[in-house]
Write a protein that binds this ligand. Structure first.
Ligand code: TGC
Ligand code: FAD
Length: 387
């Protein structure tokens, strides 16, 4: 009898019945409805907007938020949903992360009642899509330098600037845009049909192909005073939204790793080399055992952070520990699994190289590994070494 990698850690016993049910539901959705089309979406470099209704119908958008049509689950359940989505493709998890943890969270946490009523129910159901514009062409790791500017003109705000690498930018109905003002960094809720707003899709990506990534151009975008997020003051506001998305990645990246490992174990069991199954060779078993250890340790870390988040006890530096470790180990696992698949592993028929390529983006976005190393270094020493 063989065991699944995570069974060796008894992970299921750490979850409640409800958490296991949510995980199983999302896994079924991914396996039955989405996985068959993922290679095609990855190859054609797209993700159809139409899947939003189905994901929204299952309560996956903003699922850890309360009210306004959101499911209101705990953080661990949200993490497990991210894991199952990313076991399909990081692009699916990103689609849900950006909608729930960045677009919806920014409005839920910092918006006026009017903004919440206008946007959250539609974003939760998937009727509308949102995006989150923080990064600029010259300011990614260091958003404090952003040049996008909002200035008052009578009763209105005028926004000018360019945001870059924005997930779902060309699909979105509403963008949360962060800009410098005379009062520091402020956030704005921008309907994407506002004159002066343009989204240009980025082409030629070698990573995260089943995801739409865009440049947002704001050229004299005129907005009413009510478009500003009233409660968001300073850079801490957008950075607090990142905590939510980074938390989802702590779990999500392990989905890509688990799927890679399960694919490699299955392949090694049937592939014969030198007249017997690849799985029976010691070098293969060493690879599989080492990867299982890292996957299981990452999962224990994710659940520990999830429980801390649910108790309201988690800090941004602790999320950095999870994001750094789990993405770094996930990409190493996906690459190692690809070696077990040999030449077959370079095709879209098998998932590990697609996952590894996607994880290059995950390593970079939501704070590069270097930014998380420096955050942990600052927590340990008290010295900020970013500048
Ligand atoms: P610093 O002086 O450290 O902080 C400025 C203010 O912000 C507060 N703060 C945070 N608050 C909540 N959560 C966090 N994680 C926070 N980090 C900092 C801080 O307390 C301070 O508040 P106050 O009241 O004292 O003013 O800022 P810094 O300019 O030195 O920057 C620090 C650094 C480098 C860690 C930060 O800039 C950073 O995290 N950079 C990485 C940027 C990043 O991750 N961008 C992601 C863009 S979104 C995205 O990638 C989406 S990908 C798609 C998907 O998610 O699927
Ligand atoms: P840079 O900041 O230019 O960094 C380049 C290299 O320099 C990195 O290795 C970095 O770690 C290193 N570096 C930087 N500063 C230091 C330092 N002080 N010390 C040592 N090394 C350093 N952004 C959004 O706002 N919204 C989105 O929806 C979004 N979606 C994305 C989707 C994809 C597919 C990708 C790839 C990116 C997305 N981003 C998004 C942008 C992402 O957050 C940035 O790419 C990321 O923050 C890094 O910024 P950068 O690419 O400008 O790299």
């Amino acid at each position: 009898m063989t065991m699944k990698p995570l069974d060796l850690f008894g992970i299921d016993a750490l979850l409640s019945d409800e958490e296991r049910d949510i995980q199983a539901t999302v896994r079924r959705l991914v396996d039955e409805r989405l996985r068959p089309q993922l290679p095609e979406w990855f190859e054609s470099g797209t993700l159809p907007k139409e899947i939003a209704r189905e994901l929204g119908g299952l309560g996956l958008f903003g699922m850890h938020l309360q009210g306004y049509g959101c499911a209101g689950t705990n953080a661990v359940s949200y993490g497990l949903a991210c894991l199952e989505l990313e076991a399909g493709d990081s692009g699916l998890r990103s689609f849900v992360s950006v909608q729930g943890s960045l677009s919806m969270f920014s409005i839920h946490r910092y918006g006026s009642e009017e903004q919440k009523q206008e946007w959250l129910p539609r974003l939760a159901s998937g009727e509308a899509l949102g995006c989150f514009g923080l990064t600029e062409p010259d300011f990614g790791s260091n958003p404090a330098g952003m040049r996008t500017r909002a200035r008052r003109d009578g009763a209105d705000w005028i926004l000018d600037g360019t945001k870059m690498w924005i997930t779902n930018g060309s699909l979105a109905d509403v963008a949360t845009v962060w800009a410098q003002t005379d009062d520091g960094v402020r956030g704005f809720v921008v309907p994407t049909n506002t004159p002066g707003f343009t989204a240009n899709t980025v082409h030629g990506k070698l990573s995260m192909r089943a995801s739409v990534t865009s440049e947002l151009v704001l050229d004299g975008v005129r907005l009413p005073v009510s478009a500003m997020l009233p409660e968001a003051r300073g850079l801490g506001a957008p950075l607090s939204c990142l905590n939510e998305a980074r938390f989802g990645i702590v779990f999500g990246a392990l989905g890509a790793a688990r799927d890679s490992l399960e694919t490699a174990i299955a392949y090694a069991g049937t592939r014969e080399v030198f007249d017997r199954p690849l799985a029976g060779y010691q070098l293969t078993q060493e690879k599989l055992a080492d990867m299982t250890l890292e996957l299981g340790k990452g999962m224990l870390l994710a659940i520990q952070l999830g429980r801390m988040k649910d108790r309201g006890e988690i800090s941004p530096d602790q999320i950095s520990v999870g994001k750094l470790n789990n993405v770094r180990e996930a990409i190493a696992i996906a690459r190692e699994c690809r070696t077990i698949l040999g030449a077959n592993g370079i095709t879209l028929e098998y998932s590990p190289l697609r996952h590894a390529n996607n994880l290059e983006s995950v390593l970079t976005y939501e704070g590069t590994s270097e930014m998380h190393l420096l955050s942990i270094g600052r927590a340990l020493t008290g010295h900020a070494a970013f500048r």
